[in-house]
Design a protein around this ligand. Structure first.
Ligand SMILES: [Zn+2]
Length: 181
C-alpha cells in the first residue's frame, strides 16, 4: 500500500522515517519535501522553499534514523554508522539560542548556520537523537495492517494502526468481508 499523504503527528523523527512507506518516497523531490515541511508546520525550522541540494542531507538523516530506530525499538544497539551519521548532521549546523527583542521582552529562537538543507538535517537529527534516547522508543510499533510499514508511538497501548482513517477502517472492512465468506 502506498499513500501519497504523509502520516504526521508522531514524534518528528518517526514522521521523517514514515515519509518512506512501502514502495514510495514522499520526499524524493523538492515538491514532496516542501509539502511535508508544510504539514509539519512549526515543528521544523523557518520553512523555506527547499532546493535540490537540500534533499541529500535530509535523506541521509532519514536513513540513519530509520536504521537506529529499528534497532533501538527492539532494545538493541544501533550500528555505530547510524549514530555517527546523526551526530555528524548535527555537527554541521549546531544550534545557538539567538535572543531578539520583541518590543517588550527577549525571545530566544534556535539559530543554525549553513544552507537550508543542512540546517534542516541538523534539526531532524537532533529530534532523532532525543527520541532514540527516550525510554519511549521501546514502545514504537509498526502498523498491523497488511503491507503498511509505518511506525507510530502509541499513547494508548491498544492502538494497532498508524491511523484509523488510513489503515484501521480498511482492515476492519477486510475482516468483515472475510468473516462473511
Ligand atoms: Zn498503517
Amino acid at each position: 500500500m502506498t499513500d501519497p499523504v504523509p502520516l504526521t503527528g508522531e514524534p518528528l523523527a518517526l514522521d521523517l522515517v514514515n515519509t518512506r512507506p512501502a514502495g514510495a518516497d514522499l520526499i524524493a523531490t523538492v515538491d514532496g519535501l516542501a509539502a511535508w515541511l508544510a504539514l509539519e508546520g512549526d515543528r521544523v525550522p523557518e520553512p523555506e522553499t527547499p532546493a535540490a541540494a537540500d534533499l541529500a542531507p535530509v535523506h541521509a538523516v532519514r536513513e540513519h534514523a530509520a536504521v537506529a530506530v529499528e534497532h533501538a525499538r527492539r532494545g538493541g544497539r544501533p550500528p555505530g554508522a547510524a549514530l555517527d551519521g546523526l551526530a555528524e548532521a548535527q555537527r554541521l549546523a549546531p544550534a545557538i539560542k539567538r535572543l531578539s527583542w520583541d518590543g517588550t521582552a527577549l525571545v530566544a529562537t534556535a539559530e543554525r548556520p549553513g544552507r537550508y538543507g543542512v540546517r534542516l538535517a541538523a534539526h531532524l537529527a537532533e529530534a532523532a537523537a532525543v527520541l532514540l534516547a527516550d525510554p519511549a522508543i521501546g514502545r514504537v510499533r509498526d502498523c498491523e495492517a497488511d503491507g503498511c510499514t509505518l511506525l507510530f508511538l502509541p499513547a494508548h497501548p491498544r492502538r494497532r494502526w498508524c491511523s484509523a482513517a488510513r489503515c484501521g477502517n480498511r482492515e476492519r472492512v477486510a475482516r468483515y468481508y472475510a468473516r462473511r465468506k
